[in-house]
Design a protein around this ligand. Structure first.
Ligand SMILES: [Zn+2]
Length: 333
């Protein structure tokens, strides 16, 4: 890699411009995440999981207190959301099954996502995205309305020739155009994850769509740069990095974000609260991974930190968020 590709800006700003965490409601309700983020030198806290849930949370006293404390401490708030089921209400299925995706066997299904060849379905998604953008303002102008978690897109005769990545990008291009009515600064993530690892081939991203890479199936006791490392039947680290590089070709690296799992206790427990344990934090792997992203020009880094909450801190002490933040601040290329 060239020296130029990873040096800090002339202003002396840290190389990593976004230094974030993504947490869930219980974390925000029971732990002083804004204070911890401030001590760790983080820039950003994103809420997670669903739009309706977060819109309800921010109306509560605890939700308001969270937003006020972030504002007071200079922590920017964003919302990283599995959104499609909230943007296209499932209750519409009975009257309009054609809004919903078809499976391989030709059945329309209400459980997830949409048919991107239905103009009215896309319109409803866009209208609701505008509503949520008004309710859940992003301090950075970056928005995250993802397709449903790990679910396939549509296989109807009109959609079938498009990959899930292309279908997701059709929705995102439309949503970005719409939400700029509510926030003229808006940019929108295309998430490269699960069913959308492959780079889109037929649809081009509009200006303002940025790539977010979430390698959920990788190993966390092996550096990402170990290309042979692989968990079960999932893609190897090398295959995941090849997907990343192919997507960087399409979306560019300038605003690209890595959404990692280094601090994601929910993932390490298999999303089972009965398995709560000390976070298996591996500082050496983490620091190597920063290099792996920086060498590709990625300057926006965040990680899920779900379930590192008040209960966790009482049992195991403060989670290693300061080491996480300091690792990015100290990064010199
Ligand atoms: Zn379709």
């Amino acid at each position: 890699m060239s020296g130029e590709s990873i040096q800090s800006g002339a202003s002396g700003e840290p190389f990593f411009q976004t230094r974030g965490v993504v947490i869930v409601v219980q974390d925000m309700e029971t732990y002083d995440w804004p204070g911890l983020a401030r001590r760790a030198g983080l820039t950003t806290i994103a809420t997670h999981i669903f739009p309706r849930e977060i819109a309800d949370f921010v109306k509560t006293e605890k939700g308001q207190a969270f937003l006020e404390r972030c504002a007071a401490l200079g922590i920017r708030v964003e919302h990283e959301l599995h959104a499609m089921s909230d943007l296209l209400p499932r209750s519409l299925f009975e009257k309009a099954p054609g809004f919903f995706p078809m499976d391989e066997a030709g059945n329309r299904l209400p459980e997830y996502n949409l048919c991107v060849s239905s103009p009215r379905a896309l319109e409803i998604v866009c209208e609701n995205a505008v509503e949520y953008t008004r309710l859940l303002r992003s301090d950075t102008g970056r928005y995250f309305y993802w397709i449903d978690d790990g679910k396939p897109m549509c296989r109807c005769p009109k959609c079938r020739g498009l990959s899930d990545s292309d279908q997701a990008l059709i929705v995102e291009n439309a949503v970005l155009k719409a939400i700029r009515e509510a926030d003229s600064r808006a940019t929108l993530a295309h998430v490269v994850y699960a069913t959308t690892l492959r780079a889109p081939g037929q649809v081009r991203p509009s200006e303002g769509i940025f790539m977010e890479f979430a390698p959920i199936s990788r190993l966390y006791d092996r550096p990402f740069r170990d290309r042979e490392a692989r968990s079960g039947d999932y893609p190897s680290h090398g295959e995941l990095l090849d997907y990343l590089d192919a997507n960087l070709e399409v979306f560019g690296g300038e605003n690209a974000q890595a959404l990692e799992y280094w601090l994601d206790l929910s993932r390490f427990t298999g999303w089972n609260r009965e398995n709560i344990m000390p976070l298996p934090w591996n500082r050496a792997v983490y620091l190597g991974d920063l290099q792996c992203y920086a060498s590709r020009g990625i300057r926006h880094i965040t990680t899920f930190a779900a379930w590192l909450d008040g209960d966790y801190a009482a049992r195991f002490g403060e989670p290693p968020v300061e080491e996480y933040g300091q690792g990015m601040l100290a990064f010199a290329g």
